[in-house]
Design a protein around this ligand. Structure first.
Ligand code: C5P
Ligand code: ZN
Length: 447
C-alpha cells in the first residue's frame, strides 16, 4: 500500500525537521545508479531545507564502511537504498537513524532510534514496484512539495535498477505519472542509441549487447555498409526509414542469439526524456553506473546535481568503462563459461564489474535456463555477483536466499534480490561455497 510509504515519509520528514539547521546530516547510500540518484535526491532536499550534509556512496561488503561511520559521532544518519540488510549493525551505532530501502529486510521491528522504511514492509514489491530513489523522492516531497522537480532523478534510479522490465508498475508508476503529468518527463518509444556518432552508439552498445557488433569495429563497419549508413552520421539525424531498418537488424541479432521475450520487450519500449537532466533516463542511469562502478563515485553525484562539466567528464570516462566490459564479454563469448549442475560461472578481474558483465551475459549471451555467477578474488576474499532472469524467478529461483544462506554457513555475508544478488566470503571456502549454492539452487529449481 503506497499509503504506508506516504505516512512513513511524513514521519521521516518530521524526524529530520526536528533537528536544528546546524546539524550536519550523514547520508550513506549504495554506489549504483539507484543509490547515487537516491543520495542526490536526499542531498538536494536537505540542502534546500537549509541543512548541511555529508554523503558517502558505499559498496559491499558494507560493514567496513559502517565501522568508520560508527566512529564519526553523527547526530542523524540517513541510509538510502541500503540499510535493511545491515540493520543489526546499524542498531548498535546508537544514533538516530532513518533507513529507506527496497532490498530484502532482516527484521520488521527496530529499536526506537531507528526508523526503517522498506518497500516490502509497505505492501510494495521492492524488486519491481519501488526502488531506493522513488522511495527517497517521497520523503523529499514530504519535506517540501517543491521537490517534485527531483522526479527525473527518482525515475532514473528505477531505470538503473531495471525496474522497467515487465513494465513500470506499483509505486514507480505513481511517481512516473507525476513526472509526465507535470511536464518533467516526456515519453517516446525507441531503442537505446546514444553516442556522438552512430558508430559510437553501436560500438559502445553494452546493454543490449549485440553479438558481433558491440565492441567490434569491423562488425560495426560491415553493418553500416550493409545498411548504407555513414558512420559519422549522428543518431538524431537518422531518417525514420533508416531508423526502422537499423532497429529490425539489431532486433534480429538479439533474436538469433536466443534472447528472452521479456528482455526483447525492453529493447524497444517507452523511454523517458528528462529536460532537466538533458538525457534519456536509461542513458543517464548508465552514465551514473559507470561513475559508481568505474571508481568515480563523487562524479556521479555531481552529475545528478546538474554540474555540466561533470557530465562531460563522465561521458568521456564512460567510454573506458564500457571498453573494459566489452573486452570481458567478447572474451567470455569466445571462451565460454564454467559449469555446475544448476548454474554457470566465470572469473572476473574487478568485483564492481563482475555483476554488470554477468547481468549482460545472462540476457544477451547465455540461454535463459541457468543463472550466472561472477567470481572475483581480491585480498583473500571471494566476491560473488549472481544474476538470474524473470523466467527462472518464476520457477522458484531466489538468488538472495542462495547467497545469504551459503555465505552464512561459511561466515561470510550475502543478500540482494531474487533476480540479482551477491556475497563475500573468505577465498579458502570457494569450493564449498559453490557446492552449497549449487545444492540450494538445484532445490529451488527442482533439478
Ligand atoms: O555487487 P552486485 O551488483 O552483484 O550486488 C547485487 C546485489 O546483491 C545488490 O543488491 C547487493 O546489495 C547485494 N549484495 C549483498 N551482499 C554482498 C554482495 C552483494 O547483499 N556481499
Ligand atoms: Zn536500489
Amino acid at each position: 500500500m503506497p499509503d504506508d510509504i506516504t505516512r512513513l515519509s511524513k514521519k521521516a520528514a518530521k524526524i529530520i525537521l526536528s533537528f536544528p539547521k546546524s546539524t550536519r546530516i550523514r547520508i550513506i547510500s549504495h554506489y549504483d545508479a539507484d543509490g547515487i540518484t537516491a543520495a542526490a535526491i536526499m542531498s538536494q532536499a536537505l540542502h534546500r531545507a537549509g541543512y548541511n550534509f555529508h554523503t558517502t556512496l558505499m559498496r559491499n561488503p558494507f560493514i567496513r564502511g559502517l565501522e568508520r561511520v560508527k566512529k564519526e559521532g553523527n547526530e542523524l544518519i540517513i541510509f538510502t537504498d541500503m540499510g535493511s540488510g545491515q540493520i543489526e549493525f546499524i542498531e548498535q551505532m546508537s544514533c538516530k537513524t532513518i533507513i529507506i530501502d527496497h532490498h530484502q529486510y532482516l527484521k520488521e521491528k527496530t529499536t526506537s532510534d531507528v526508523l526503517q522504511i522498506n518497500a516490502n514492509l509497505c505492501g510494495v514489491n521492492g524488486n519491481y514496484e519501488a526502488c531506493g530513489a522513488t522511495l527517497i523522492y517521497s520523503i523529499a516531497k514530504a519535506l517540501d512539495p517543491k521537490n517534485i522537480d527531483l522526479v527525473s532523478l527518482a525515475m532514473a534510479g528505477a531505470t538503473g535498477d531495471k525496474q522497467y522490465i515487465g513494465g513500470l508498475r506499483g509505486y514507480n508508476k505513481t511517481v512516473l505519472d507525476e513526472g509526465l503529468k507535470n511536464g518533467f518527463l516526456k515519453q517516446e518509444t525507441s531503442l537505446k542509441l546514444s553516442g556522438e556518432s552512430l558508430f559510437d552508439a553501436l560500438y559502445y552498445a553494452v546493454d543490449p549487447y549485440y553479438s558481433g557488433i558491440s565492441g567490434n569495429k569491423k562488425g560495426v563497419q560491415e553493418l553500416l555498409e550493409q545498411l548504407k549508413l555513414d558512420k559519422e552520421l549522428k543518431v538524431e539525424d537518422l531518417s525514420s526509414e533508416q531508423r526502422k531498418q537499423l532497429n529490425s537488424t539489431l532486433m534480429f541479432i538479439l533474436i538469433k542469439k536466443g534472447c528472452e521475450k521479456n528482455i526483447l520487450d525492453t529493447v524497444i519500449r517507452n523511454r523517458y526524456q528528462s529536460e532537466s537532466l538533458g538525457c534519456e533516463l536509461e542513458c543517464f542511469a548508465d552514465l551514473l553506473d559507470s561513475c559508481g562502478k568505474g571508481g568515480n563515485r563523487g562524479l556521479g553525484l555531481s552529475v545528478c546535481i546538474g554540474d555540466k562539466k561533470a557530465f562531460e567528464e563522465a561521458q568521456n570516462l564512460e567510454k573506458d568503462y564500457k571498453q573494459d566490459i566489452l573486452d570481458e564479454l567478447i572474451r567470455l563469448e569466445k571462451e565460454g563459461f564454467e559449469k555446475k549442475t544448476s548454474f554457470k560461472y566465470f572469473y572476473s578481474k574487478e568485483s564492481s564489474l563482475g555483476g554488470v558483465i554477468g547481468g549482460v551475459a545472462i540476457n544477451f549471451i547465455l540461454g535463459r535456463e541457468k543463472p550466472l555467477l561472477s567470481l572475483v578474488i581480491k585480498d583473500g576474499e571471494l566476491h560473488v555477483s549472481c544474476r538470474g532472469n524473470q523466467y527462472l524467478v518464476s520457477r522458484g529461483l531466489d538468488l538472495a536466499f542462495a547467497m545469504k544462506e551459503a555465505a552464512r554457513q561459511l561466515d561470510g555475508n550475502g543478500g540482494g534480490h531474487a533476480i540479482a544478488s551477491g556475497a563475500t566470503i573468505d577465498v579458502e571456502h570457494e569450493e564449498k561455497f559453490l557446492k552449497l549454492v549449487d545444492e540450494i539452487i538445484c532445490k529451488q529449481l527442482k533439478m
